[in-house]
Design a protein around this ligand. Sequence first.
Ligand code: ATP
Ligand code: MG
Length: 279
Amino acid sequence: MKLLHSGKVRDVYADGDDLILVASDRLSIYDVVLPTPVPDKGALLTQLSLWWFEQLSDLVPHHVLSQDVPAEFAGRAVRCRRLEMLPVECIARGYLAGLGLKEYEKHGSVSGVELPPGLVEGSKLPEPIFTPTTKAPVGEHDEFMSFTQVEELIGVDRAVRVRDLTLAVYERGATTAAAHGLLVADTKLEFGLDPAGEIVLADEVLTSDSSRYWPADRWAPGGPQFSFDKQYVRDWSAGLDWDRTPPGPEVPAEVVDATRARYVEVYERLTGREWKTSP
Ligand code: ATP
Ligand code: MG
């Protein structure tokens, strides 16, 4: 198999017409990969993504073909259809956090979507919004785009379709998660075109790397929220003398364990399955 791309966290191989997307146990914060892996993270994210693709299959066609992958990647890789990816990161937000919050504080809007005044970190938005960004090349940061810019980039019909699909996936994801006591603050999706020109959901979906999951019973707008992802590592790193450039710091075992436990908890709460260490 030919290695096409090695991202911060995943490796992408070509196998004939198919792609093999392999998730590693690497963890990155502030775009820096840390030297300490989080055991099972790749498998946890891959299995959660697979579970979600299945839940969403009546809403949107997806790229997954099977888990038929080389033995060394078993459990943490998917075989999928190779698509022509659309150059837009399709983000839906139901709550204000992260870069969405920063943008709101500066402009009162996100991706050109006007929001009411007085919102704070963690606020629930009046309704979920579509806040697309560019897909920046390595080393650069994604930037917010207005819906008009998306139309110009991929055409009006496709822009409308990816916006509607993004919001539909968010709604389904948020409703499903709510039944398990979890809020989905925001989520990032990627779509591609198949050879017939149909829009297909690709990449990973509703994982704790691509989405902010918050426990509903601890939700308290007005500050940072308890978060089921690498926020714990970011908070730990804030106490270090580290300038957020490579190399990243070694992560102590208790921080790794607490982070792993958060990924496991989201997987178990959503799927109702017990996490068993992958092969
Ligand atoms: P990073 O996540 O490190 O910022 P990245 O997004 O380029 O960088 P990954 O997410 O690890 O890296 O790599 C996955 C790549 O595969 C992405 O570029 C994504 O757009 C692409 N991809 C996902 N699914 C498909 C598909 N079905 N067909 C073609 N490309 C795909
Ligand atoms: Mg990516």
